[in-house]
Write a protein that binds this ligand. Structure first.
Ligand code: NAD
Length: 428
């Protein structure tokens, strides 16, 4: 019997998993490769605490609205919880929990003395004036002050928040405590205890991961072509560094589309999202192509550095790159990952590639605690060391157990967390 396609049938086949489903699945997958007590795995499937608070805000016109804020704290066996605060209409307790688990793996793979946290407020930040954002942030800091602090939980900027938001948060917390406590958040402006190099760090670590992957596959960076989706903090910094190191960056894109030049683009001349939002297509290039086409270019290295779920079951077969370096969080769906693995495409996972952000946050926290600011050179040298060390740890698992880079990264993370849990034991 023939049927007319229904609306439902016309929808894409692949349903994207929530951050929580993904985080739990990765835990279970990693557990099959590591000898870990079942009880430890069971404990890691659940967050330690998810704080939900009401955040009243007096609008500029005097009206009062109440928003919901969250702070999910997944695991602190290796140190204080660490992770972003996002202002976005779709922030939920479940999303924060999943993302906090993700942060636990990211901190552990980098061997940072932190566990995973994530939080935020369900609100559209574009609907707020600067004064409203400040009042909202100060009130949120008051509502969650009992669960944060330099030795408890250290938030950072995320979607919809920035260095200024962290400055207000730090100020409100310090006022409440009666002393200046810069280490309560990271991602602050350097003038109040922020770290040089924090903004560029996730892009720098993505470029380092790309460089190491290129060399691991037996090639030279100077003979490599690269395509980058997203020209923001992560994508632009990664593209510019790889160009500086000799790579030919043939395509970069923003939300409107991509510039393409097979002979290589001058990436320093293209404004980043921060310098001039969505201005990529205003620059000269022999060709412009769509964001979808960027992903399917015949290049050596593809860096998705914009949003999640862009490499899916629908286009994974069309990816021509030999190496995919995940600059964005979660750009490859589970189904696409399986296809890329079957096709022998090397995928360097987000928890390793873009971990420069949380790594320099750790450096910022150290600088705050010690009241000593590092130079940009010191920060970049330490980041290079941390990345090379994490890279070597993951590579050893890839080789010893014949795992994908993603599975190997999770194995490194889980082994560290499980060992710490086993050593500390279960109270009571
Ligand atoms: P950003 O806002 O600085 O830049 C995002 C860029 O992507 C912009 O050029 C924008 O035009 C483009 N873009 C947006 N939607 C797009 C779409 N649908 N298709 C193509 N391009 C699109 O963001 P960012 O800080 O560079 O973050 C990018 C990704 O990296 C996100 O997944 C983020 O979670 C992840 N990440 C960021 C950090 C950080 O500290 N900035 C750290 C780790 C991971």
């Amino acid at each position: 019997m023939s049927t007319t396609p229904t609306q439902q049938e016309a929808e894409p086949e692949e349903q994207y998993d929530s951050a929580l489903v993904t985080a739990r699945r990765q835990l279970e997958r990693a557990a099959t490769h590591v000898d870990v007590d079942e009880g430890v795995i069971e404990r890691l499937k659940h967050p330690t605490k998810v704080q939900q608070v009401s955040v009243p805000l007096e609008r500029d016109d005097g009206e009062v609205e109440v928003f919901t804020g969250y702070r999910a704290q997944h695991d602190d066996v290796r140190g204080p919880y660490k992770g972003g605060l996002r202002y976005h209409p779709e922030v939920t307790a479940e999303e924060c929990t999943g993302l906090s688990m993700w942060m636990t793996w990211k901190c552990a793979v980098m061997d940072l003395p932190f566990g995973g946290g994530k939080g935020g407020i369900a609100i559209d930040p574009k609907s707020l004036s600067a004064d409203e954002t400040e009042r909202l942030t100060r009130r949120f800091a008051e509502e969650i002050r009992d669960v944060v602090g330099p030795t408890k939980d250290v938030p950072a900027p995320d979607m919809g928040t920035d260095a200024q938001t962290m400055a207000w948060f730090m100020d409100a917390y310090s006022m409440q405590q009666g002393e200046t406590i810069p280490g309560v958040v990271t991602g602050k402006p350097p003038v109040i205890g922020g770290s040089y190099g924090r903004e560029e760090a996730p892009g720098r670590s993505t470029a380092i991961a790309a460089r190491e992957a290129i060399q691991y596959e037996g090639h030279e960076v100077s003979e490599t072509t690269v395509a980058v989706q997203g020209f923001g903090s992560v994508g632009a910094n990664a593209a510019r560094l790889l160009e500086d190191w000799g790579a030919t960056v043939v395509a970069v894109s923003d939300v409107n589309g991509a510039l393409y030049d097979p002979d290589g683009l001058a990436t320093h001349e293209i404004p980043t999202h921060d310098e001039e939002a969505e201005a990529v297509l205003e620059q000269d290039a022999p060709q412009t192509i769509s964001n979808e086409d960027v992903l399917e270019l015949d290049v050596d290295v593809l860096i998705p550095a914009a949003v999640g779920n862009v490499i899916t079951a629908d286009n994974a077969d069309a990816i021509e790159a030999d190496i995919v370096v995940e600059g964005a969080n979660g750009p490859t769906t589970f189904a696409a990952d399986t296809i890329l693995e079957e096709r022998d495409v090397t995928v360097i996972p987000d928890i390793l590639a873009n971990a420069g952000g949380v790594t320099v946050s750790y450096f910022e926290w150290l600088q705050d605690i010690n009241r000593r600011q590092w130079t940009l050179e010191e920060v970049n040298e330490e980041l290079e060391d941390k990345m090379l060390s994490a890279w070597a740890d993951v590579r050893d698992e890839v080789e010893a157990k014949e795992l994908t880079w993603r599975d190997a990264a999770y194995v490194v993370a889980l082994s560290r967390i499980a060992e710490a849990k086993a050593t500390r034991g279960l109270w009571p």
